[in-house]
Design a protein around this ligand. Sequence first.
Ligand SMILES: NC(=O)c1ccc[n+]([C@@H]2O[C@H](COP(=O)([O-])OP(=O)(O)OC[C@H]3O[C@@H](n4cnc5c(N)ncnc54)[C@H](OP(=O)(O)O)[C@@H]3O)[C@@H](O)[C@H]2O)c1
Length: 325
Amino acid sequence: MKGIVVERKNGAVSLVWQDVMDVTFGPDEVLVDVRATAVNRADLLQARGGYPPPPGASQILGLEMAGVINAVGEAVAGWQPGDRVCALLPGGGYAEQVAVPAGMLLRLPDGWSFAQGTAVPEVWYTAYVNLFLEGDLKPGETVLIHAGASGVGTAAIQLACNTGAIAFVTAGRADKLAVCRELGATLAINYKEEDFLEVVLAATDGQGIDLILDPVGGAYLERNVRALRPFGRLVNIGLLGGGRGELDMALVLRNRLRLVGSTLRNRPPAEKIQITRQFEAGFWHLFRTGELKPIIDRVFPIQEAQAAHEYVARDENIGKVVLTL
Ligand SMILES: NC(=O)c1ccc[n+]([C@@H]2O[C@H](COP(=O)([O-])OP(=O)(O)OC[C@H]3O[C@@H](n4cnc5c(N)ncnc54)[C@H](OP(=O)(O)O)[C@@H]3O)[C@@H](O)[C@H]2O)c1
């Protein structure tokens, strides 16, 4: 089969569509013909050699895919060749075929494209896990979502609003802020023009907010902690602004704050299956009715994966960047 191979020479990275080893699949797995996959920041890091896949996972890039089941393992029930599915992957999505544990599959809603299917697992599970399981978000609470127009951000705004929470966002461009408002954000802050801490405190009569979903890390740590009200939670999911920052522990102590770090990829397979099934039970019907929708910015053919990575690295996208096969 063909897949994307990462070539690194003199610090430059090229993504080349070429022959790779065929995939085998186990009794509890299905073999899927991949029709679409997507770009995630983790792929950019992995391509540069900075984010190795978990033990046992494919070395090929790609944390999610949508496609058609080609064959099912002997212990698999409820799925058959021809079924249209999508799934979160620990790797291997940038290839013509991938093996997926049956417990990780979601059935594509009727009328959905493969691009829509692959735009769901990574960012929507991340938003779900970190808003609700890690962040304990409740109806009526306020949540500040940094990088609101990102793949994760566009999912998190919709999930938060659907649950009756109030979403504030930050983003760095006027068109990004406009999309966040359309998706339900009550307050959209251009962090390049305004100090998000000042705006958030002014908007909450100095009270602060209940939860922050933060992919920025070090550069925002001090202001994030000051933006939280008593019993607030800061859930960090990324380090776009570096890994080091200032932390006033007196505020953490006095306000009884919770600081949480969270990754999806290195959770054990059984936990990912549980997340998939919980997400399906809680939210999948809302995608069928159109109340929740994956936001897709651009679709590239997989042969242009490198251009797609560069587009994401320049912070151009609003929502997901998809690769089709
Ligand atoms: N922990 C996990 O399990 C997990 C899972 C998935 C994703 N993530 C992380 O979540 C984040 C979002 O992922 P994604 O795929 O949704 O990203 P994305 O669609 O590529 O969007 C990321 C956006 O972040 C903003 N940004 C970049 N550098 C920034 C900085 N230094 N300060 C503030 N904002 C910055 C940019 O938007 P602006 O133009 O608005 O600045 C950029 O477009 C990434 O950090 C990713 O690694 C974590």
